[in-house]
Design a protein around this ligand. Structure first.
Ligand code: FAD
Ligand code: SIN
Length: 528
């Protein structure tokens, strides 16, 4: 078996960001795409509502920018917003040229509506946009002789000059990554440029809309390599995920509310008009907090999403996948209100980058949900994330293709000496559950100083346990993920503790007001 490889470009992750970057970079050199699961296991593939862009003459880029800035509660970086939003129309057109079958009427795109957008501007493929986009992006990657896919391979850590003792002065340089094979070996992939496109970290919480792969690996790897992270306290909870105590949850797209569905309590009362003039169409932070508040006030396990008045025809035509998945568990969206709860959905923070994914380390780039460009500020506007993934992938590929970083040194093999086989795995399971419960109970939609203190103490203990276990035993996927999850959880708590105000998705009962000046939370790895 080969245990070392060399490529021009190493891309870790095969969601929208990774696949689009791969197809762009394949014209410039040899590309490796490493992906720890199936191609269909990514947030990209799960996306429902669609991708935002200005596609209608009555809409404008300025209006889309204004909506994004407003949702972001004063924390967006306007230059990043302008840069990304102004490319929406072209990116959607390019997706169409890749073969994405967006819904249309007589050749005119059908645009749906989502909360806090002042126009219909979401291009969609019924209620399964992510699958349509993912398939379109995957086709050119699968057939490309310049691209090698390492499926079911998991990146463990990136390798930098500093780690090899080769660092002298100036920025550190990334040289590739250690990757775990399906057989349990760790191989070395050297590359002139490494791109982390590993998605979000929803698995830090007990209830999430995210796939199992969303364990914050890219953020954790970049942090361990020395990259600062930004705004990690801003976790977006999607207001309407299925309440399903006997099974896994699933998203009920915001487009349902966009097309007119209501949020109600068990008596059928619409409660959102009591909280915001935009009612069900208020930004997600407001809607999720209102649901949480009603649940706590009424002692209820869930609220309801009621789409019955949209009519059978519209539900069947626009939301066939959600309709079917609910029917499979005995709920008919056409005939009954659906029990819902908010669930962790999107990481607005991430590794601090510019819109081309540049980090503080030469040759290391982070794109997509793992990155924080400043586009989303304190609360992401719906359907802006697929757009961000694609714009970042494109700009990253352009900037890399212009930049030749010179020859690579020989990288050392993974050192597994001194590790002993595990005798039991109960500790891994226990730590997974403890992290997710702690984060859900103490670092959820509503936070307080005391809850954050408790979470920090528990997480520090868990991380210490994991650190010693990690170096003593052979590594496997669940242990690597656990190590990353615990680090990302701690970064979320530390960021939340340093924000002494409430803003967007971060609400603290001890600091309920917003400060007059909005500031990013930037954490820097102290000791390497
Ligand atoms: P992902 O698509 O999550 O891909 C991450 C990839 O990294 C996966 O291939 C994974 O296997 C791989 N990976 C992770 N860690 C490792 C590792 N250590 N080694 C190797 N591979 C690794 N946004 C919108 O704009 N519109 C929507 O309608 C929308 N709907 C959504 C619905 C759901 C249910 C969810 C969960 C999210 C939705 N979002 C939506 C958000 C959006 O889908 C994501 O932000 C976006 O797809 C992220 O893309 P990505 O390429 O950054 O990561
Ligand atoms: C949804 O369809 O509600 C999700 C859209 C998003 O998260 O951008």
């Amino acid at each position: 078996m080969h245990n070392s490889y060399e490529f021009d470009y190493l891309i870790i992750g095969s969601g929208a960001a990774g696949l689009f970057a791969a197809s762009k970079l394949a014209t410039h050199g040899k590309v490796a795409v490493v992906n720890k699961g199936e191609f269909s296991e990514s947030s990209t593939w799960y996306a429902q509502g669609g991708i935002a862009g200005v596609m209608d003459a009555s809409d404008s880029v300025e209006s889309h920018i204004a909506d994004t800035l407003k949702a972001g509660s004063g924390l967006c970086h306007e230059d990043a917003v302008r840069n990304i939003i102004s490319r929406g129309n072209r990116i959607i057109s390019e997706l169409i040229s890749f073969g994405t079958a967006f819904d249309s009427d007589n050749g005119v795109l059908h645009l749906t509506q989502e909360a806090a957008h002042s126009h219909r501007r979401i291009a969609h493929a019924k209620d399964a946009t992510g699958k349509a986009v993912g398939e379109a992006l995957l086709a050119p990657v699968s057939n490309n002789p310049n691209i090698t896919a390492f499926q079911h391979h998991m990146a463990v850590d990136v390798i930098t000059a500093r780690h090899l003792g080769r660092y002298t002065q100036g920025p550190d340089r990334c040289l590739g990554a250690y990757v775990l094979t399906p057989e349990g070996e760790v191989i070395t992939i050297a590359a002139r440029h490494t791109i982390l496109a590993t998605g979000g970290a929803g698995k830090v919480y007990l209830f999430t809309s995210n796939p199992h792969v969303s364990t914050g690996d890219g953020v954790a790897m970049a942090w361990r390599a020395g990259c600062p992270v930004m705004n990690m306290e801003f976790i977006q909870f999607h207001p309407t995920c299925l309440y399903n105590p006997l099974g896994s949850t699933q998203l009920l797209t915001e487009a349902l509310r966009g097309e007119g569905a209501y949020l109600t309590d068990a008596t059928g009362r619409r409660f959102m008009p009591d909280y915001d003039a935009q009612a069900e169409m208020a930004p997600r932070d407001i809607v999720a907090r209102a649901i949480d508040h009603e649940m706590k006030k009424q002692g209820a396990d869930h609220m309801y999403l009621d789409a019955r008045h949209l009519g059978k025809e519209k539900i069947e035509a626009h939301f066939p996948n959600i309709l079917q998945r609910l029917l499979d568990i005995g709920i008919d969206l056409r005939e009954q209100a659906v029990p819902i709860v908010p669930a962790a959905h999107y990481l607005c923070g991430g590794v601090q980058t510019d819109v081309a994914g540049r980090t503080s380390i030469d040759g290391l780039h982070v794109i997509g949900e793992s990155a924080c460009t400043g586009l989303h500020g304190a609360n992401r506007l719906a359907s802006n994330s697929l757009l961000e993934c694609l714009v970042m992938a494109e700009l990253c590929a352009e900037s890399i293709a212009e930049h030749d970083s010179g020859p690579l040194p020989r990288l050392p093999e993974w050192d597994a000496s001194g590790v002993e086989p595990e005798t039991e795995r109960v500790q891994i399971k226990q730590n997974w559950e403890e992290i997710r419960t702690t984060m859900s109970n103490y670092v959820g939609i509503v936070r307080s100083d005391e809850r954050l203190r408790r979470a920090r103490r528990r997480l520090a203990m868990i991380r210490e346990e994991i650190a010693s276990y990690y170096w003593q035993h052979p590594i496997g996927r669940d242990l690597i993920e656990l190590r990353n999850l615990s680090l990302v959880a701690e970064l979320i708590v530390r960021s939340a503790q340093s924000r002494k105000e409430s803003r967007g998705l971060h609400y603290s009962t001890d600091h309920p007001e917003s400060l007059t000046q909005a500031r990013d939370t930037v954490l820097v790895p102290e000791s390497l």
